[in-house]
Design a protein. Structure first.
Length: 228
């Protein structure tokens, strides 16, 4: 099991294949995605790598995190994520992952926080049909209708679909195809939509249901850390 990467959502566009058909893609950009720490079975009880991405001002970084980044000899990062890996896929601290970590045509699982919509009614939030437009219904055409049960159990069931806060939740979209990558610019083009707003941090992993393709670099596609 390989590590994933932390990318930033740039937006959506389209590309054309050899047949002239347009493919809607989401553009993800890797920015200083480096290994900050390792977790080993002997010391931590599990095997993982901690990646950091982006840049954070030193004055906005806590003293504890400053020491954490200093121990790894990397600049303060805006986002930290741990990825569980197998022991043979551990990556050296300080190594920078590149966009060629994924290969064109492979499937990936993408995780992000959806765009917040605020308080929304049942029709918008859960796609309810609403009440009838005539025959006695007045004022409450967009209400969600009956909420509870009869005397038994005489309460509202947990998880009842009602009006409430819509969006701003962590969502994983599985089996999205990688259309192409650009290592020089650090871009990954993924077919279809990806949860999150523009500029949001996105976690990209090998698809758990289809596994890692044969041509994928192991343990990762890295740019060696600069010697100090």
């Amino acid at each position: 099991m390989r590590s994933g990467v932390i990318a930033q959502k740039v937006g959506m566009t389209r590309v054309y294949n050899d047949a002239g058909e347009h493919i809607p893609v989401t553009v993800l950009r890797l920015e200083n995605c480096q290994v900050v720490a390792q977790r080993t079975e002997e010391k931590n009880g599990y095997t993982a790598v901690q990646l950091g991405a982006g840049r954070s001002k030193v004055k906005n970084t806590t003293k504890a995190l400053r020491g954490h980044f200093a121990a790894a000899s990397v600049e303060p990062k805006a986002k930290l994520v741990e990825f569980r890996v197998t022991a043979d896929n551990l990556i050296d601290i300080g190594a920078e992952l590149t966009a060629s970590h994924f290969v064109a045509g492979q499937l990936v699982d993408v995780t992000g926080t959806t765009i917040g919509k605020g308080f929304a009614g049942a029709i918008k939030r859960h796609n309810f049909g609403g009440l009838r437009a005539t025959h006695g219904v007045s004022v409450s055409h967009r209400s969600h209708g009956s909420t509870g049960s009869n005397q038994d159990p005489g309460r509202v069931w947990k998880g009842k679909r009602m009006a409430g806060h819509m969006g701003q939740t962590r969502v994983t979209t599985q089996n999205l195809e990688v259309v192409s990558t650009d290592e020089d610019r650090g871009l990954i083009l993924v077919k279809g939509a990806v949860p999150g707003s523009k500029g949001a941090w996105i976690v990209v992993r090998d698809a758990i249901k289809s596994g890692t393709p044969e041509g994928a670099p192991r343990p990762a596609a890295v740019r060696a850390a600069e010697s100090k």
